[in-house]
Ligand binder design. Structure first.
Ligand SMILES: [Zn+2]
Length: 514
């Protein structure tokens, strides 16, 4: 663990220009530097480095931040890894912090759980690949499903013996792993008479890897068509495994997600693996749960474009609609692809190669708002109450989209689909946004009484006048709050003064003369 003093030293020593120029060729412009963004494809540079503020930012895709943020994003490394990188670059000796006994215990616990999972993954993979029961049942199951051996090995798939009931636990104890930690990983179940039983028995196993590639949990699929047991069982939550923070396949997908600037989201383990095998590697699964904001942020580290792929006849679509407003709020661009009836990503990927599949996706995916509108519209046929709820629902989805231009495009579209005037939709959106704004204003501690909520379709006015979203937001703040005062440290300044000073200090000018 790196102590705070060292972290402070790293932050105060690391210069954004040094760090970025190791990766990007930069040209001086005013007090800043500009270059081609390393996070998205572009021909004209919009990646700005500000030595004065010691940050960088892309005005195309929005990525950037401090030297540490830049490295985490660019190299796809963790926060401590980025700190170590910088320490090495600037010859800063890292003082490892003295840990309290509790912290040591906690660290050793986490490490022990990961070590056991690693051992378990190898143990189960060995049974699958080299032991007769594993080969006869598990391996032949995977092969029947068309999985290649190299893919089976890449994803570390395994097989857990049906009998004896403690095959794994016994072997782990024999190798010296502690019972306490075996139980905490959930791989072993401690029954009353001190008998250690295996959680996974007679199942093929899918290890779940963290973004940095450590095995954090397992999912086990039963192969017998015995209705008495669940088709899938998973590791329980533990010190290291929080279900809502993990995405199946993210470790194998992350680089391709960055390159393709797009992530496909599917439902199950085998969907991910089959698409991989077909050559589509930028794919992850939320493994049956509705998407969480933690998972979205994980994807966001690599791209803001996501395509949700649903089975042609999936019952899960409507259930998952709710979680999707979360994605919109985070500014993700969401597309939806519905596969033909009777197909899932697994079966579909086995029938075609990568380029055919990708062509199919590109030709058939629709944006999320249109998809949702059509889906709900079908439901609300001839029912005025359902229709009203539907409109409210759509309005709420549109109102959380951060980008104004995008919002107006959706309004136009939905007005056609719903046969309803744009102005009615705008009214609803403005109401929603007003509520959201009041919430934010409360947070920012500005008085709410002077905010005028009667301006009609403010969005369309501003987006017409200013095509640069950042500039538009600056003008909006100037016009709405310009004269209001707030505190910067000891001093009271007006919003207008603050914005103008800030622009001058950075030698920035607005591109729109008006
Ligand atoms: Zn960019």
């Amino acid at each position: 663990m790196i102590d705070h003093a060292t972290i402070d030293r790293i932050f105060s020593t690391a210069q954004i220009y040094d760090v970025v120029s190791d990766f990007v060729s930069l040209k001086k412009r005013g007090t800043n530097y500009i270059g081609l963004c390393p996070f998205h494809n572009e021909k004209t540079p919009s990646f700005i480095v500000s030595p004065a503020k010691n940050i960088c930012k892309c005005f195309g895709c929005g990525k950037g931040g401090s030297p540490v943020n830049f490295l985490m994003e660019k190299e796809q490394i963790s926060y401590p890894e980025a700190l170590r990188y910088l320490a090495k670059k600037y010859n800063i000796e890292i003082q490892e912090k003295e840990l309290t006994p509790e912290q040591i215990a906690q660290n050793t616990e986490r490490e022990s759980l990961f070590t056991i999972n690693e051992f378990a993954q190898k143990y189960f993979a060995d049974i699958l690949l080299a032991k007769s029961e594993g080969q006869a049942i598990g391996l032949s199951y995977f092969r029947e499903r068309g999985m290649r051996d190299d893919i089976i090995q890449k994803f570390g798939l395994g097989y857990a013996l049906e009998n004896p009931r403690d095959a794994f636990s016994k072997e782990a104890i024999r190798k010296g792993y502690k019972k306490e930690f075996l139980v905490k990983t959930g791989l072993t179940i401690d029954s009353e008479n001190d008998y250690l039983a295996d959680r996974f028995r007679g199942r093929v196993l899918f290890p779940v890897h963290t973004v940095s590639g450590k095995v954090v949990a397992f999912g086990g699929r039963v192969l017998k068509s015995d209705a008495k047991t669940a088709k899938y069982i998973n590791s329980p939550e533990s010190e290291i495994y929080k279900k809502r923070e993990q995405l199946y396949g993210i470790y194998f997908a992350k680089q391709r997600i960055v390159q393709a600037d797009c992530c496909y989201l599917v439902e199950g383990y085998t969907d991910v693996i089959s698409m991989h095998q077909a050559g589509i590697e930028n794919v992850v699964a939320s493994s049956g749960t509705a998407l969480t904001s933690e998972q979205i942020r994980l994807i966001r580290r690599f791209t803001s474009n996501i395509t949700l792929i649903f089975d042609g006849d999936s019952a899960g679509i409507k259930a998952s609609l709710k979680g999707i407003d979360l994605l919109l709020e985070e500014g993700m661009n969401i597309k939806v692809l519905l596969l033909p009836d009777g197909e899932d990503p697994d079966s579909f990927a086995r029938k075609q190669d990568a380029s055919e599949f990708i062509t199919y996706i590109n030709e058939h995916q629709t944006d999320f708002i249109r998809f949702k509108t059509q889906l709900l519209l079908e439901d609300a046929k001839g029912d005025p109450i359902k229709r009203a709820t539907l409109i409210k629902d759509i309005v709420r989805s549109i109102s959380v989209i951060p980008d104004i231009t995008e919002r107006s495009a959706y309004v136009r579209e939905c007005s056609k689909l719903l046969e309803i005037e744009e102005s009615i939709l705008y009214n609803g959106i403005n109401q929603q946004k007003q509520q959201q704004r009041e919430q934010q204003v409360k947070v920012a501690n500005l008085p709410t009484k002077e905010i005028n909520n009667t301006i009609p379709s403010e969005d369309s006015v501003y987006s017409f006048l200013f095509d640069n979203p950042s500039e538009r937001e600056i003008i909006r703040c100037l016009m709405r709050y310009g004269e209001q005062k707030f505190h910067v440290g000891e001093n009271e300044v007006s919003v207008a003064r603050y914005i103008i000073d800030d622009l001058e200090r950075d030698q920035l000018e607005l591109s729109n003369p008006l």
